[in-house]
Every structure is written in structure tokens, then in C-alpha cells.
Design a protein around this ligand. Structure first.
Ligand code: HEM
Length: 361
């Protein structure tokens, strides 16, 4: 018996009756219709819809990485989804330019009717930053939970108990198997190169004929400080110190693996992991850009006034863009790179493992 094909129509499938009747202007309800309030509502709603799509992608990426063994195909799929998330952020950050066609005076026509409504009440945004891995210690707004409803609070608290994107990416990096092969130990080889670069810099400074002793000593002292910072990366105890003081979040092994991937990214097996990490860095930038752009827009709308949610307003928003970083350790790997010509060559067996080998058998 053939199954009758179900008919699906555009308006009912997209539930347009719900979506297109969900813009109730408060100014109209209060008999003082403000033209720009429609733009204000639709802009917020589209942001919330895109946040929802971001969460759909993000949760699957976390699931893929939250496995004992992360398959290469899942890393590739996660990369595609992360690229999508980044495109969404590109788009929504541009949306602020649309709401900026409303002027501060237009906004005043209805702003006072919206108390105490505030972006602080966006449960999706709180879930998003939490699932990315923003730790409570780095939050500027320590009372972030209180603005949510009881149901939203319990959902958010539930999210806080689960592994975040930061956690699963870190775990995946920590387990990367390629850094030792026979006598070759990447950490040691890299350390030797970096130290020889420092020593060469010191030699060069000592022999600069036109520099005074004072100038030379200042420069030597700077190199000494940089060298000490590098040494901390190699020393387990000093690294633990950096972690416990909050100066770093990424574990020593995860840092080392990221560095390895960054340096040897041209090997076929490391290309997708490298692109994935690059996209995490882009995501970090995108979230911070979103925060900053939102802050600039808010500045234009409310000047130095306090926010409807009770924050200091623009000052708070800009501060979040500066401080609420999640993957800054990964971003800062750039500062640990060495020139291509100095990268320690890999032993042939390891190079083979990281390449594609064609075999007819
Ligand atoms: C006229 C436009 C807007 C102004 C003046 C504005 C202003 C503010 C201010 C001052 C805050 C700080 C919290 C407070 O005290 O209320 C805030 C937070 C927030 N706003 Fe907006 N906003 C605007 C539009 C938007 C739009 C279109 C979105 C899109 C979803 C949005 C999402 C948020 C979110 C998620 C927060 C919480 C940020 C955090 O705590 O890190 N806002 N907004």
C-alpha cells in the first residue's frame, strides 16, 4: 500500500501566523505609537533567532568533541558548523547598523515604556556565553543569573554543569598523540630553538657598536624577562602557578598541542585541526566584536546613561568586550610561534604518519 504524501504549506510550515503576529509595540498599547519601535522589536527578535541557530550548531560541536575518541570526520563536520556560526556572527554584528538608523531621539519615544526590560534578560545569550566556556570568574556582571526567570535560571544552572566548548576542545588537544616519536620530543626540540633565538638576540645586542651600555642593559633585561616567561611554559610547576593565578586557562598539554598544530599545519592530517582552531579564534574575536559593536551602538542611543537592567550602561558593555575572554590562550599562541626556517624537522616516521599515504593493498 503506497503511503500518501503529506502536504506541507509555506505559511504553516514556517508558523508565520505566530512569528508575524509577535510584534506588539508597547507604545501602541499605551496609545502613543512610536514608529521605530517596530524596528527595535524585529531587530531583537532576529538576533534571538540567530542565537538559537548558533546554539543548535554549538551543541552538536560540543557533542562531537565530548567523546573518548574524536573522529577526524567529526572534526571536519564541526569545522563546517563552526564556519557557519562565524558567518552568523558576521551577519548579526552588521545588524547593529540597521538599528542605528533609529536615532537617540526616536528611541526616547518609547524607551521609558520598557522598564525593566533589558538584554540582561536574554536567556539565550547567557546560555550561549556559558556553553562557549565563559568562566564565572571572568564575568563582569556577577549577578547575571538573577535577571532570568526561575525556569531559565534552572536551565542555565544545568548548562553550567555540562562540559563547555572550551572544556571539550581542551580535552581533545590534550590527547593529541603526535608529539613524541622515538627520540624526538617536540617540547624539547621547540624549547631548544626558542632558547637559541634568545641567546642569539643577546649576542647581537652585546655586539651593537652604536648602542650605549645603558641601552644594551635595558634591552638585555627585556630579553631576560621574555625568556623567563617562556621558561614558565616548559616548567610544570610554574605552569601550574600560571593556571592557579588565572593568568592562563588552557592546560600545558593543550597549549603544547595547539602550538604543534600551528607549526606543522601543512601536514595533511593537521590541516583540518588547524582550520578548526583558527575558527575558534575567529569565534572568540566575533563574540568580542559583537560585544564591542553592541556597546558602541548603545552609546549612540543612550550616551552615558545607565542601562535599563541596572548596569553602568556603555561602560559595562565595553568592559565585557575587553575582559570576558574565553579562548585568549589559544589566540596568544601567535606569540609563541617561531619562523618557519627554525621549526624543528619531524622524524620521517612521524612525518609519514601526518601525511596521506597511498597504498594499493
Ligand atoms: C537601542 C538599542 C539597545 C540599547 C540602547 C542597548 C543597551 C544595553 C545596555 C545598556 C545593556 C547593559 C545591561 C543593562 O543595564 O540593561 C545591554 C545588555 C544587553 N543587550 Fe542591549 N541594547 C540595545 C539593543 C540590543 C539588541 C538589538 C540586542 C540583541 C539581542 C541586545 C542584546 C543585549 C544583551 C544580550 C545584553 C547582555 C550583555 C551582557 O551582559 O554581556 N541589545 N544592552
Amino acid at each position: 500500500m503506497s503511503k500518501e504524501k503529506k502536504i506541507v504549506h509555506y505559511p504553516s510550515y514556517l508558523q508565520l501566523d505566530k512569528i508575524l503576529t509577535a510584534q506588539l509595540r508597547e507604545s501602541e498599547l499605551q496609545n502613543a505609537p512610536a514608529h521605530d519601535e517596530m524596528l527595535f522589536i524585529i531587530t531583537h527578535q532576529t538576533f534571538e533567532l540567530w542565537f538559537k541557530q548558533v546554539m543548535v550548531e554549538l551543541e552538536t560541536i560540543i557533542d562531537f568533541f565530548n567523546q573518548e575518541y574524536v573522529r577526524e570526520t567529526d572534526v571536519a563536520l564541526s569545522l563546517k558548523r563552526l564556519e557557519r556560526v562565524n558567518k552568523i556572527f558576521d551577519l548579526i554584528t552588521q545588524q547593529f547598523a540597521i538599528i542605528e538608523t533609529m536615532t537617540a531621539l526616536d528611541f526616547m519615544d518609547f524607551r521609558d515604556m520598557l522598564h525593566p526590560a533589558s538584554g540582561f534578560q536574554s536567556a539565550q545569550f547567557r546560555v550561549l556565553e556559558t556553553r562557549l566556556g565563559l568562566p564565572d570568574g571572568r564575568r563582569i556582571n556577577k549577578n547575571f543569573i538573577e535577571s532570568l526567570t526561575t525556569l531559565e535560571q534552572s536551565h542555565l544552572k544545568d548548562c553550567m554543569t555540562k562540559p563547555t566548548l572550551f572544556d571539550v576542545v581542551q580535552k581533545w588537544l590534550e590527547k593529541m598523540p603526535f608529539m613524541e616519536e622515538g627520540d624526538f620530543q617536540f617540547w624539547e626540540a621547540y624549547k631548544n630553538v626558542v632558547m637559541s633565538v634568545f641567546n642569539k638576540d643577546k649576542e647581537d645586542i652585546i655586539h651593537i657598536a652604536i648602542a650605549t651600555d645603558e641601552e644594551k642593559n635595558t634591552r638585555l633585561a627585556e630579553i631576560e624577562i621574555a625568556q623567563k616567561q617562556f621558561e614558565a611554559f616548559f616548567d610544570e610547576n610554574e605552569y601550574k602557578e600560571l593556571l592557579s593565578s588565572g593568568k592562563r586557562r588552557f592546560s600545558q598539554n593543550a597549549t603544547l598541542s595547539s602550538l604543534f598544530i600551528y607549526l606543522y599545519r601543512d601536514y595533511p592530517l593537521l590541516q583540518i585541526p588547524f582550520q578548526f582552531l583558527q575558527n575558534i579564534v575567529t569565534l572568540e574575536q566575533n563574540v568580542l566584536l559583537w560585544r564591542y559593536r553592541h556597546g558602541l551602538m548603545a552609546n549612540r542611543m543612550i550616551g552615558a546613561r545607565i542601562g535599563t537592567g541596572g548596569s553602568s550602561g556603555v561602560g559595562y558593555l565595553v568592559h565585557t568586550a575587553m575582559k570576558q575572554k574565553i579562548f585568549d590562550d589559544l589566540v596568544n599562541i601567535a606569540g609563541m610561534l617561531i619562523p618557519r626556517s627554525s621549526i624543528p624537522p619531524l622524524p620521517a616516521t612521524l612525518a609519514n604518519k601526518l601525511g596521506f599515504v597511498y597504498s594499493e593493498k
